[in-house]
Design a protein around this ligand. Structure first.
Ligand code: NAD
Length: 497
C-alpha cells in the first residue's frame, strides 16, 4: 500500500506518526495509507506560506492570472486521470467525476479574471483636491478544510480565488479521498505557482485544530457537516479569524399539481440518486401538493428507482456507485430502519444489494419512502445517501412553511408551470439557493454559493463575488494633493463639504 504524501513548500513529504487508511469503496479494500499531520507539520506549511506571501502579494494580478490560465489547461489535459482517482476513492461514477471537475474548472476560469475583479473602486474630487479609493488587499495566510464528497470541486471553490487575490493557501482535504485533490494541487505548481503559495496537508481534527489555533492563519474556509462547521466558525471567530463555514442540508423539491411530471421525475432521479445521494445539494425530500400528484409521482418513481444501474464507479455508463465507506452505508441503513419503525412506507428498499464481482463494496440500492411526516428522523436529519422521502401536503403555502421551518436552508426547487407560484416561492422561501424547474441550482462560478440557516455559518458565500470579498480586505484611501502656494487654516469642526 503506498503512502500518500503532503505537499509542503513545493515538496512531496511524508512523516512518521499516525496514519489513516484510504479505501476503494467499490471493492471495500484499503488501497493507500495517509499520514495524519502533526502540529509540527502544520507549522512547516504555515511557515512556508508566510515566507512566500510578501513576493506573491506583490506579483501583479495579471501575472497571477497567467498561472491560472496554464492551470486550467493542465486540468483539462488531465481530466481522465483526475476522474479515475476521484472515482476510485470516492466511488462516484466516472461521468459524475468529470462533471465535478468541470464545475471546479469554472472557478479557475473566474480566477483568470484577477486583474478585473481586483480593480477596486475610485472616486475623484470627494472634497477639494481630494480623491478617494478602495483597495482590496490580500489577508496573508489562509486555510481551507474540505469534505469527501467533492474532492476536486470544493477545493477549487477556494484556493484559485484566494491565491489570485494574493494570499497563500493551506488546504486540508478530506482524509477519505485525497489523491485527486493532491494531483490537482501539483498541477497548479506545474503551472508556475511559486512554492509555498499552496500547500496540502492531510489530517484529521488535530490538523484542523492546529490551523484554527495558529495566529498566522487569517481566514478559514470550511465545507462539511453542520456540527463541524459550527465548531470551526465558533473557534475561528473567537480567535479573530474571518470564517465561512458551509454545512449540511436537507433539500426539498416541491411538486405542484400543474408540474410537467415526466420531466420532474427525470430531474428528481438524477438529483436524489446521482452520486449515491452524497451531495449537499441532493434532493432528499419531494413535497407533493395534493395526493393526486404524490400517487402519480410514486407510481412513476418506483420502476425507475428499482432500475438504477449500480456498480463500481469506474465502470462507464452507470447511474450510481457505492457509498464512500462501510460506516456511511451502515448509517444510511440505520435511517431506513428508523423510517420503517416510525411508520413511513418504504416503497423501494435498496438494502442488501450485492454487485457481482464487488461483493465487499459499500453498495446500497436506491430507497424510496412515501408518507413521511415532519417529526420523523428521516425527515429532520441529513441522511446523505440514496434515499428520497415523499411528504404529502395540501397547498403551496403548507409546502413553503415546511421548508421554512426546517433547520437547514441550502437548496430547494419548485416544479410548476405557474409563474405566480414560482415567483412567490422565490420571494418567500428561506433557502440560499433556489431552482425553478431546476433540481440542483448550484450557482455558476461568477455567482456565489451558500445556504441559509444552519447550512452556512458566516456572512459571505463561497466563490464568485463573495469569494473575492472574503479573501481580501478593503482599505479605503483618501488622498489630497493641495495646489501649490495654497494654505488652509486648521479646521476643528468635523470635516464635511
Ligand atoms: P465532515 O464534516 O465529516 O468533514 C469535513 C472536513 O472536516 C474533513 O476535512 C474532515 O477531516 C474535517 N473534520 C472532521 N471531523 C472534524 C472535527 N471533529 N474537527 C475538525 N475537523 C473535522 O464532512 P464529510 O463527511 O467529509 O462531508 C459530508 C458533509 O459535508 C455533508 O454534511 C454535506 O452536506 C456537507 N457538504 C456541504 C456542502 C455545502 O456547500 N454546504 C458541500 C459539500 C458537502
Amino acid at each position: 500500500m503506498s503512502l500518500i504524501p503532503h505537499l509542503i513548500n513545493g515538496e512531496l513529504v511524508t512523516e512518521d506518526g499516525r496514519t489513516a487508511d484510504v479505501f476503494n469503496p467499490s471493492t471495500g479494500q484499503a488501497i493507500h495509507k495517509l499520514p495524519l499531520a502533526s502540529r509540527e507539520t502544520i507549522q512547516k506549511a504555515i511557515d512556508s506560506a508566510k515566507a512566500a506571501f510578501p513576493a506573491w502579494r506583490n506579483t501583479p494580478p495579471a501575472k497571477r492570472a497567467q498561472v491560472m490560465f496554464r492551470f486550467k489547461q493542465l486540468l483539462e489535459q488531465n481530466e481522465a486521470r483526475i476522474a479515475q482517482l476521484i472515482s476510485e476513492e470516492h466511488g462516484k461514477t466516472l461521468e459524475d467525476a468529470v462533471g465535478e471537475l468541470k464545475r471546479g474548472i469554472e472557478n479557475v476560469e473566474f480566477a483568470c479574471a484577477a486583474p478585473e475583479i481586483l480593480k477596486g473602486e475610485y472616486s475623484r474630487n470627494v472634497g477639494p483636491n481630494i480623491d478617494a479609493w478602495s483597495d482590496f488587499q490580500p489577508l496573508g495566510v489562509v486555510a481551507g478544510i474540505t469534505p469527501f464528497n467533492f474532492p476536486a470541486m470544493v477545493p477549487l471553490w477556494m484556493y484559485p480565488l484566494a491565491i489570485v487575490c494574493g494570499n497563500c493557501f493551506i488546504l486540508k482535504p478530506s482524509e477519505r479521498d485525497p489523491s485527486s485533490t493532491l494531483l490537482i494541487a501539483q498541477l497548479l505548481l506545474e503551472a508556475g505557482l511559486p512554492k509555498g503559495v499552496l500547500s496540502v496537508v492531510h489530517g484529521d481534527k488535530a490538523a484542523v485544530d492546529a490551523l484554527i489555533e495558529a495566529p498566522e492563519v487569517k481566514a478559514l474556509s470550511f465545507v462539511g457537516s453542520t456540527p463541524i462547521a459550527e465548531y470551526i466558525y465558533a473557534e475561528g471567530t473567537k480567535r479573530g479569524k474571518r470564517v465561512q463555514a458551509l454545512g449540511g442540508a436537507k433539500n426539498h423539491a416541491v411538486l405542484m399539481p400543474d408540474a410537467d411530471l415526466d420531466n420532474a421525475v427525470s430531474a428528481l432521479m438524477g438529483a436524489a440518486y446521482g452520486s449515491c445521494g452524497e451531495r449537499c445539494m441532493a434532493i432528499s425530500v419531494a413535497v407533493c401538493v395534493g395526493d393526486q400528484v404524490a400517487d402519480a409521482l410514486v407510481a412513476k418513481l418506483v420502476p425507475q428507482v428499482k432500475a438504477l444501474k449500480i456498480g463500481a464507479g469506474t465502470t462507464c455508463g452507470l447511474d450510481m456507485g457505492p457509498l464512500v465507506s462501510g460506516q456511511a452505508r451502515d448509517k444510511v441503513s440505520g435511517y431506513i430502519e428508523d423510517g420503517v419503525s416510525a411508520g413511513a412506507t418504504l416503497v423501494v428498499d435498496g438494502r442488501g444489494l450485492s454487485v457481482a464481482g464487488h461483493e465487499e463494496g459499500f453498495f446500497l440500492g436506491g430507497c424510496l419512502f412515501d408518507n413521511v411526516t415532519p417529526e420523523m428522523r428521516i425527515y429532520k436529519e441529513e441522511i446523505f445517501g440514496p434515499v428520497l422521502c415523499v411528504v404529502r401536503v395540501n397547498s403551496l403555502e403548507e409546502a413553503m412553511q415546511l421548508i421554512n421551518d426546517h433547520e437547514y436552508g441550502n437548496g430547494t426547487c419548485i416544479f410548476t408551470r405557474d409563474g405566480e407560484a414560482a415567483r412567490l416561492f422565490c420571494d418567500e422561501i428561506e433557502v440560499g439557493m433556489v431552482g425553478v424547474n431546476v433540481p440542483l441550482p448550484v450557482p455558476v462560478a461568477y455567482h456565489s454559493f451558500g445556504g441559509w440557516k444552519r447550512s452556512l455559518f458566516g456572512d459571505l458565500h463561497a466563490y464568485g463575488p463573495d469569494g473575492v470579498r472574503f479573501y481580501t480586505r478593503r482599505k479605503a484611501i483618501t488622498q489630497r494633493w493641495p495646489q501649490r502656494a495654497s494654505h488652509e487654516a486648521s479646521q476643528f469642526a468635523f470635516p464635511s463639504l
